[in-house]
Design a protein around this ligand. Structure first.
Ligand SMILES: [Zn+2]
Length: 248
């Protein structure tokens, strides 16, 4: 099953185009799309466009835009039965360089991890330029249901996360990223998922990305592991259903 475990259908790039994008995705064989709301307003939109046939919501916020995070936590609590994951949440050391800002990110990240345990929801983790640090916190807090999205850290840290059953979702930008290919080499298929992160992380730099481009991720995984793309789609689909507890 082709499942896009992480994207942003509520992004301004897709304004007024959701119907068309869903249709094209279904045509391409995509069975489910997890759209991630970033912040309160966007979270409400993600809930609104979710039809629970193709589109399922996840609620979180960018770690470098944490204004009003308490409100997002309240929304997650109130809607916990209607969402499939908390995320993205995490750390971003690319956007935030100062200690004070990073400490704040860590403190709020811990609160989201706590919340995911309380509600028994999986986490989708953003960890730009902070893979090692995000994993340290997740390990220390004994988080169990974890998807590392578009992980940009070293493969050696990812391997430690695999030992704990963490999943890694691979975006179509693998087509232009040696780091992502190294990651796929080191992570077993049982721990891989497909994500588009659309509208960003397109296979071609500068282009708008779409959910159906997860096929590009699947093709690259197949090529690297020497298995058919069908096998990749089957196993990553099964992995997605399992960790997100999807009722398809
Ligand atoms: Zn994202």
């Amino acid at each position: 099953m082709l499942i896009d475990v992480h994207c942003h259908l509520t992004a301004p790039e897709f304004e007024g185009r959701n119907k068309e994008i869903i249709e094209k995705s279904v045509e391409a064989g995509v069975k489910a799309i997890i759209t991630s709301g970033l912040g309160y307003e966007d979270g409400l939109k993600a809930l609104e466009i979710s039809d629970y046939r193709i589109i399922y919501p996840s609620l979180g916020m960018s770690p470098y835009m944490l204004e009003g995070y308490e409100q997002v936590m309240d929304l997650i609590r109130m809607q916990s039965k209607r969402i499939v994951a908390i995320g993205e949440v995490g750390l971003d050391y690319w956007h935030v360089k100062d200690d004070e800002g990073r400490d704040r990110q860590k403190r709020i990240f811990r609160e989201f991890i706590e919340l995911s345990k309380e509600l028994d929801l999986p986490l989708v983790i953003h960890s730009r330029s902070a893979g090692k640090y995000a994993l340290e916190i997740l390990f220390e807090m004994k988080a169990e249901r974890v998807i590392m999205h578009a992980f940009d850290g070293a493969a050696k840290y990812a391997v430690r996360a695999v030992e704990r059953g963490y999943m890694f979702s691979i975006p179509p930008s693998i087509a232009r990223s040696q780091q992502k290919r190294n990651l796929v080499k080191r992570i077993p298929l049982e721990n891989l998922l497909l994500e588009s992160d659309s509208p960003v992380l397109s296979p071609i730099a500068g282009q708008i990305n779409y959910p159906w481009n997860i096929i590009v991720s699947a093709e690259w995984i197949g090529r690297i592991k020497g298995i058919s793309v069908e096998k990749v789609i089957e196993i990553t689909g099964r992995n997605a259903v399992e960790i997100l507890d999807l009722k398809l």
